[in-house]
Design a protein around this ligand. Structure first.
Ligand code: IPM
Ligand code: MG
Length: 368
């Protein structure tokens, strides 16, 4: 049987640096666990624009459709700020999500014990926090038509459209309920059914999917603004949160920050199963391209490494190896190893991006 295939799209800014550490880890699995991958690499974002005049070349898009998993670093940078909207680096990422139909975006917000002091919230509010935000990723206001900037009388009007079909809501709801069954068995669905028709439909459909297929899972509904408030007040009340594309974008940033670990959080974007039974999948850190520190060896590679752990779990049926990698990361943090973004304690010297990768590999070695 051929090895599972991975397409690496390291992208811009710190993307290539943090992805460099993931490549070391991929090699470690080949050498030490007899788990080899066929890895290819290509461009996305600003670097693709520089070479091809588009943030995602058609050939790259075609490759992404073929592989078992895409690993993405980050896209964007100030040098691309003035580009036309249609070729901005972010459009490359949005095209991947849309054309691969990656409708279910898993964003865990987990508080590492060693980092609980970093949260802007009190330690007892966040210690042990482990929630999963499931964000709908291929529809809603990000993609709805009509959209654009139009002339209307003697002024312009900017238009975006929030639009959800029942089947789009159903499939992401199922994904949330399935995940909940493997975790704390609770789903909280968030929308604004008090002001938006799309929210009314969202609530109704999530409830129906629950009542017909997932009665064993505890379901609650919350308006998304109240959800944001509850996330800050007592986040441990949540297990799985399911929400739309835009609310999910906002709520996942808030949730990430309250773990104190923005540089640490991974994500998985999953689509429908392919012929081989694996979901179409793209894995990426939640953080951005951090152009201010790019190229200096300062970036924290952990979010990208944990994204690979999610790939092991969701694309490659290697849950035990994902556990091993996550435990190695926790071990290194518990030992006090810190990249510059994690430095609170005085007197601790930060390690570089590649030193952090090496420490994690040493912890992997020690796990054997
Ligand atoms: C995210 C990002 C993207 C989004 C941007 C880069 C297009 O904020 O993945 O959360 O808005 O979805
Ligand atoms: Mg975002």
């Amino acid at each position: 049987m051929s090895n599972p295939s991975i397409l690496i799209l390291a992208g811009d800014g710190i993307g290539p640096e943090v992805m460099g550490e993931v490549k070391k880890i991929i090699n470690w699995y080949g050498d030490k666990r007899d788990l080899s991958f066929d890895v290819s690499e290509d461009l996305v974002g600003g670097c693709a624009y520089d070479k091809h005049g588009t943030p995602l070349h058609d050939d790259t898009m075609a490759k992404a459709q073929e592989v078992d998993a895409v690993l993405l670093g980050a896209v964007g940078g100030p040098q691309y700020d003035d580009l036309d909207f249609s070729v901005k680096p972010e459009r490359g990422l949005l095209r991947l999500r849309k054309e691969m139909d990656l409708y279910s975006n898993l964003r865990p917000a987990q508080c590492f014990d060693a980092l609980a002091d970093f949260s802007s919230l009190k330690k007892d509010v966040v210690a042990g926090l482990d929630i999963m935000i499931v964000r709908e990723l291929t529809s809603g206001i990000y993609f709805g038509e009509p959209r654009g900037i139009f002339e209307e009388g003697n002024e312009r009007v900017g238009i975006n459209t929030q639009r959800y079909t029942e089947s789009e809501i159903e499939r992401v709801a199922r994904s949330a309920f399935e995940l909940a069954r493997r975790r704390g068995n609770k789903v909280c669905s968030m929308e604004k059914a008090n002001v938006m028709e799309s929210g009314i439909l969202w609530r109704e459909v999530v409830q129906r999917v629950h009542d017909t297929e997932y009665q064993d899972v505890e379901l609650s509904h919350m308006y998304a603004d109240a959800g944001a408030m509850q996330l800050c007040r007592w986040p441990k009340q949540f297990d799985v949160i399911v929400t739309d594309n835009l609310f999910g974008d906002l709520l996942s940033d808030a949730a990430a920050m309250l773990t104190g670990s923005l540089g640490m959080l991974p994500s998985a974007s999953l689509g429908a199963p392919m012929e081989n039974g694996r979901p179409k999948a793209l894995y990426e850190p939640v953080h951005g391209s951090a152009p201010d520190i790019a190229g200096q060896g300062k970036a924290n590679p952990i979010a990208c490494i944990l994204s690979f752990a999610m790939a092991l779990r969701y694309s490659f049926d290697q849950g035990a190896e994902a556990d091993r990698l996550e435990a190695a990361v926790e071990k290194v943090l518990a030992d006090g190893v810190r990249t510059a973004d994690l430095l609170a304690d005085e007197g601790v010297t930060p390690v570089s991006t590649s030193e952090m990768g090496d420490k994690i590999i040493a912890a992997l070695d020690a796990s054997l």
